[in-house]
Design a protein around this ligand. Sequence first.
Ligand code: PHE
Length: 346
Amino acid sequence: MDLATMTAQLERLRADALAAVAAAADPAGLDAVQLEFLGRKGALTEVLRGIGGLPAEDRPRVGAVANDVREVVEAAIAAHGVDLRGAAMAARLAAEAVDVTTPGRRIARGTRHPVAETIAAIDEVFGRFGFVVFEGPEIEDDVTNFQMLNIPSDHPARDLWDTLYVDIPDHLLRTHTSPGQIRVMRETRPPIRALLPGRCFRYEAVDASHGFEFHQVEGLMVDEGTSLADLRGLLDEFAHALFGAGRATRFRPGYYPFTEPSVAFDVGCVVCDGVGCPACGRSGWMTILGAGMVHPVVLRNGGIDPETYQGFAFGMGVERIAMLRHGIHDLRLFMEGDLRFLGQFR
Ligand code: PHE
């Protein structure tokens, strides 16, 4: 063995190793190349075994070349390793890619029921005048639903309310929200400004304008010096807020056992604007609620002295108001839960 031969062997080893490095297709292949050429039992060790056969002065020179080969091959392995890991990462990123521009899955969003939406609109208007929302029970006792409201058991006025009785003695599904007047008067003291929205029930044959289940909003104000003029002004504000600022309004005489005097409150027909059309029976007017000054007997039943305090009350059908606001012609739609109908109230 001489210097030239060994140097030539080392040069070839370097060339072979660099070619093998370049050919390695993945990190495992690269590890194998490292082992094959630079490992403890690898090709470089094999070549250097012959170093003992060289003259002493040539050994450092071969050592220098061998070190140089090791450094170059190690550097090539390191560099190719970076490339391979980058390529592996790029391949993984491509394989696991998520298209962030794909539209997401929509969550079906519900809509507010038109009855709830109308109650909220009514609450909002009266809220501006200091009215606070209360709620009474849907199963009411006969005394509160009728007798306290000046409707004795044998009074023909009972015929105004077609009643659903329940299996509890002297209880019924409330026929109107007016019993809430009694409850509010007993629970609070004047001045009272209460709003009572809620579900009511009547023994009715169901058709486009009658339901056995419907909603009302009751209003009650009790204070010193409360008058019919205050009621009129308040209801005008309400009608203008819900049906337009220029809407005509009127009071007509009415009858309820628990108000005296009693009135029907009409607005100019929302379809023909007062001209007269089939929707308003050609009268140009539509009745939207019943109202009146709270009967002294009712005030007393609520624990309030009618010599000191006066009050007014009103009650309106929510479905009817919603029908007028949205041009709905069949009251049954409110209870059917048909999404084609409900989805229109966004
Ligand atoms: N409770 C009455 C009804 O159901 C409406 C009403 C309420 C009338 C308050 C006057 C005062 O028809």
